[in-house]
Design a protein around this ligand. Structure first.
Ligand code: CP
Length: 336
């Protein structure tokens, strides 16, 4: 069985630290040979700007080849149900897709967002798990219901800006923000996982308990905090959450109880536009850093003033995607 990179929870702290150290080295010296003669298939079921660019470029800089596929658009639509009579829209089964690609390439990376109809289905993350089940090469998560590559890029940016690899004791706020559409919880789940993993004192700030994350990630967050000397608390009080924060990370997401009936969530969402990250809120922090995974709607999630301030490290975090993904690809490609 190959080793996959599906969630940081499957990787030890020492292994994550090693990936971050490799990434820092790649940041200093771009070129490498770790993927010489090798190839990676990048499968996008959803759009991307940063992920596609950084994976494709990263593979090239390591001497490898990236092949980008959009199943259902420029590649055949894939069936994931087992034992189904495939007389609908899908043309081939994941059992063939993953095994055929494994004969061609050395790594498979997958982006597959939730369908936003039924969280009890989406939380099983079945697309990437099906790839991991049938592939005979390592599979990398390019964002499903978590975004582990973003996690590492985020932590590397924090370590760089805080001037230390030891993030324990820092007050970290993950704040929900308004967005006109219900978005994926992936980055919020990931923020919770990685901030607690690195021992920070994490506050999840959201309008009301409907915006709590899936119990699986809340539980991982509490366990991570207990094991790494940090803490996790939930707050619906904006001032209290922001006060003395060292890091503010913003993300919008759809409330899980409203999956499939988003019109009913809309009034709560519309009434919570004041969760926008602005200068007044950042003024409550301990000269805190601000970041976001991007893309970000300016003056909806965060103001121009915050995005253009020295506190904003979102561009550095986005750059770090390239470096951490090279570390992940190099590590997984070298395991055989
Ligand atoms: N942050 C991130 O994954 O960006 P893209 O959706 O543009 O890939």
């Amino acid at each position: 069985m190959p080793r996959h990179f599906l969630t940081t929870q499957d990787w030890s702290r020492a292994e994550l630290d090693d990936l971050l150290e490799q990434a820092a080295r790649f940041k200093q010296s771009k070129q490498g040979k770790a993927l010489e003669g090798k190839a990676i298939a990048l499968l996008f079921f959803n759009p991307s700007m940063r992920t596609r660019t950084s994976f494709e470029l990263g593979a090239h800089q390591l001497g490898g080849k990236a092949i980008v596929l959009a199943p259902g658009k420029d590649a055949w639509p894939i069936e994931f149900d087992v034992g189904t009579v495939m007389d609908g829209d899908t043309e081939e089964h994941i059992a063939e897709v993953a095994r055929v690609l494994s004969r061609y390439v050395d790594l498979i990376a997958v982006r597959a967002f939730p369908k936003f109809q039924d969280w009890s289905v989406d939380r099983e993350d079945r697309v990437i798990h099906a790839f991991a089940r049938y592939a005979t090469v390592p599979v990398i998560n390019m964002e499903t219901i978590t975004h582990p590559c973003q996690e590492l890029a985020h932590i590397l940016a924090l370590q760089e800006h805080l001037g230390t690899k030891d993030l324990r004791g820092r007050k970290y706020v993950l704040t929900w923000t308004y967005h006109p559409k219900p978005l994926n919880t992936a980055v919020a789940n990931s923020s919770l996982l990685i901030a607690t993993r690195f021992g920070m004192d994490v506050t999840l700030l959201c309008p009301n308990p409907d915006y709590l994350l899936d119990p699986r990630y809340m539980e991982h967050g509490r366990d991570n905090a207990a094991q790494n000397g940090g803490s996790l608390k939930v707050s619906h009080d904006i001032e209290d959450a922001y006060r003395d924060a060292d890091v503010v990370y913003a993300k919008s997401w759809g409330a899980l109880p409203f999956f499939g009936r988003w019109e009913q969530e809309k009034p709560v969402r519309e009434a919570s536009k004041h969760f926008i990250v602005d200068e007044a809120k950042m003024g409550l922090t301990n000269n805190g850093l601000f970041s976001h995974c991007l893309p970000l709607r300016r003056n909806v999630k965060a103001t121009d003033a915050v995005m253009d301030s020295p506190a904003c490290i979102a561009i550095d975090e986005a750059e770090n995607r390239l470096h951490v993904q090279k570390a992940i690809m190099a590590t997984l490609a070298g395991q055989g």
